[in-house]
Design a protein around this ligand. Structure first.
Ligand code: BEZ
Length: 211
């Protein structure tokens, strides 16, 4: 059974560059990003891991724990981490799982056999503090992911988890948002006493609520 948005993220224990990881203990009530890499010592993965390490302060600011996964051996991760630091200018600063038996990869459907029988695709799971899957993205091995987009979605997920709003196309943190359709106009007046723009009755636009 595929893991879908809204499902509980499965727990697991696996070795990593920072010692054994028991997933639920690792996330410990935080938001989390779990993302897979098809193979060690490969160019696209090298750039992705370096860039994600650069973004670590941004993940920290949002209270997000980052966890990478590769199905290669832990002994190889160290040498690859050195290459990542050398070529991308940032050292790996979050754990990288060594999922040599592909157990976690299979648990999360990161292996798509018609693409490749052993390597993972580029999966990204964002998991909420309630351990539910909030976002799932899958890219083929040949296309590097956009981790600025992952951060952008986390901003939307964290905002919409706390306010009765949704975020429009290409929204970025700080821009106007949409009042959730589930909120009646009477309820919206209480939450947004300064009113809203309403080009259509179903499209009610307000400034982004502040924390
Ligand atoms: C890469 O990271 O460059 C890569 C990995 C597996 C297949 C294709 C490309």
């Amino acid at each position: 059974m595929a893991i879908l948005i809204g499902d509980t993220a499965p727990d697991f224990t696996a070795d990593s560059t920072e010692g054994p990881i028991h997933f639920y203990d690792y996330i410990d009530g935080h938001w989390a990003v779990l993302f897979s890499h098809p193979k060690n010592f490969t160019p696209v993965c090298t750039t992705e891991l370096g860039y994600t390490a650069k973004l670590k302060p941004e993940f920290d600011k949002r209270g997000v724990k980052v966890l990478g996964l590769s199905v290669d051996k832990l002994e190889d991760h160290g040498g690859w981490a050195k290459d990542i630091e050398e070529t991308q200018g940032t050292a790996l600063n979050f754990p990288l799982l060594a999922d040599t038996k592909g157990e976690v990869a299979r648990l999360y459907d990161m292996i798509h056999p018609n693409a490749d029988n052993t390597l993972t695709v580029r999966s990204v799971f964002v998991i909420g503090p309630d351990k539910k899957v909030k976002l799932k993205i899958e890219y083929p091995a040949s296309t590097g992911r956009n981790f600025d987009e992952v951060l952008r979605v986390i901003d939307s997920l964290q905002l919409t988890a706390n306010h009765s709003v949704a975020t429009p196309v290409n929204w970025k943190n700080g821009e106007d948002v949409i009042i959730a359709s589930s909120l009646s106009n009477d309820a919206a007046k209480e939450k947004f006493p300064n009113g809203w723009k309403e080009p259509k009755p179903y499209l009610r636009i307000v400034p982004q609520p502040r924390a």
